[in-house]
Design a protein around this ligand. Structure first.
Ligand SMILES: CC(C)(COP(=O)(O)OP(=O)(O)OC[C@H]1O[C@@H](n2cnc3c(N)ncnc32)[C@H](O)[C@@H]1OP(=O)(O)O)[C@@H](O)C(=O)NCCC(=O)NCCS
Length: 448
């Protein structure tokens, strides 16, 4: 989805709505240092972050230069140059089942100042962002959330969970197969050139991961402020395959009390192959002078317990909805992924905001590819198509339920039991279970 971010116009509907309330909604020019710094200030304040150091601020300026930034300004405020609300967005690929990717729009930096809360500003920003994403050609919008109660009303739904995986180091004895390559302890900075392509390959094989994360790798490698205590603690491991080709890396920190074994916490893990994943885990769980290995934002279906003699050495906790998906264009979104079983389904989707509203036919072939088409209004539909649809069976669902089942995180029959999805005939939702099943549990391993 390559295009100039600045070419997207500011949404007129929200600009006019906010204008009537005495507020100015406009794009921020990242080249204007004063304007950008004021926007960053509002964003950081909104998330209760400390004021940035000079090095942090320099870094943020480059990161946010790669996004589309919007702010809401109140000319009557004491500091009118600081926006009272912020939002940012950028185009990204989202990995979907079948090692495929779909054009998505990442949304972030949603803040409204406490002085201006609950006046509909967030709603105006979000609705405008969805229209901008559609205009940019995104099939869906994605975000990570601070609170699970905010985004459902805009059509977002939890679509990939993440978990904390902890290993009791004393109980962990490796019983899995060895990887044929070799691990190396390396300086994090040495990974700077290699990390992006390894991370991209790891992302490509994991549904739920996004492939554009401006600035993320410099942060996990501790390169933003290399002299800060936090950065100096970052250690790195690289895995090379049997031919000496790098296939994965991870960064971690150890914290510990004096004379006590520590807790090793991973920062970031990118494995482009199963061998790399296994080798990195093995290295972690065999580090000495450690009580616990803790990995955040891991898959809910991690292979690790199957690699240890005592699977109870592994605790999976803090399972939370992490990636939220909002389908904007059902045809493009449904066409992008591969499916678990062949079959035909009609999806009647209800979307209060209109983007995904309508009836769609999904015809999955035996190779998992789908033909997807929007069904015309009944009067215009050819009789043959109507007959096919009756035969296929219909699933009625809201746009949120579509987002929730899209990557295979939840089964349609679970939502049928919940009463949020209905079927026209017995067995339609069960067929949808088989069709939407993904061979790998979706996972998102970063915040954005
Ligand atoms: C979340 C936040 C952006 C909401 O801004 P706001 O301008 O007050 O929201 P709005 O007035 O547009 O409210 C929109 C709707 O969301 C609801 N809502 C707003 N904040 C909510 C919250 N924290 N929890 C649950 N519902 C919330 C409102 O009740 C309203 O519901 P309705 O449209 O069904 O009546 C603001 O509280 C904030 O900046 N929070 C701190 C930063 C943050 O958490 N950002 C989210 C990042 S993921």
């Amino acid at each position: 989805m390559p295009f100039d971010l600045r070419s997207l116009p500011v949404d007129r509907r929200s600009a006019s709505l906010l204008g009537k309330r005495g507020l100015t909604y406009r794009a921020v020019d990242p080249a204007d240092r004063v304007e950008l710094d004021a926007w960053l200030h509002a964003d950081q304040r909104g998330f209760h972050e400390p004021r940035p150091t000079a090095a942090e601020l320099d870094f943020e300026r480059t990161v946010f230069g790669d996004r589309r930034l919007l702010g809401v300004y109140d000319a009557t405020a004491t500091e009118p140059e600081i926006p009272v609300a912020t939002i940012s967005g950028w185009p990204t690929g989202l990995s979907v089942p079948g090692d495929r990717s779909v054009d998505a729009w990442a949304v972030s930096s949603v803040t409204v100042a406490p002085t201006h809360r609950r006046r509909g500003i967030a709603r105006a920003l979000l609705e405008a962002e969805l229209r901008a994403a559609t205009e940019a050609g995104a099939a869906l919008a994605v975000l990570t959330v601070t609170e699970a109660t905010i985004y459902g009303r805009y059509g977002f739904a939890p679509a990939a969970r993440s978990a904390t995986v902890s290993v009791d180091r004393r109980r962990a004895h490796w019983s899995g197969p060895d990887a044929p390559g070799r691990v190396h302890l390396v300086e994090p900075a040495s990974l700077r050139d290699l990390a992006p392509q390894l991370a991209r390959r790891a992302v490509a094989r994991t549904p739920g991961e996004i492939d554009r994360w401006p600035g993320l790798l410099d942060r996990v490698l501790g390169l933003v402020e290399p002299d800060a205590e936090r950065s100096r603690r970052v250690r790195a491991i690289r895995y090379d395959d049997e031919r000496g080709e790098p296939q994965g890396f991870l960064t971690y920190r150890v914290t510990r009390e004096p004379d006590r074994p520590g807790v090793l916490q991973t920062n970031f893990m990118a494995a482009a192959t199963d061998d790399a994943e296994r080798a990195l885990w093995r290295t972690l769980v065999e580090v000495d002078f450690i009580d616990e290995v803790r990995a955040l934002l891991r898959s809910v279906d991690e292979p690790l317990p199957w690699l240890l003699e005592d699977r109870r050495a592994v605790t999976v906790s803090d399972v939370v909805d992490h990636l939220w998906v909002r389908v904007l264009d059902p045809v493009a979104a449904l066409r992008a992924r591969r499916y678990g079983a062949p079959g035909s389904l009609t999806l009647e989707i209800e979307d209060p905001l209109g983007h995904a509203d309508g009836t769609f036919e999904l015809e999955v072939a035996s190779d998992g590819r789908a033909e997807v088409s929007r069904v015309e209004a009944p009067a215009d539909a050819p009789a043959a198509a109507a007959r096919r649809r009756r035969k296929a069976g219909t699933l009625r669902l809201g746009v949120r339920e579509l987002g929730a089942i899209y990557l295979g995180d939840v089964r349609p029959t679970t939502l049928l039991r919940a009463g949020t999805v209905t079927e026209t005939g017995r067995g339609v939702a069960a067929l949808a279970d088989r069709i939407f099943a993904a061979s790998r549990a979706p996972q998102l391993s970063i915040w954005f």
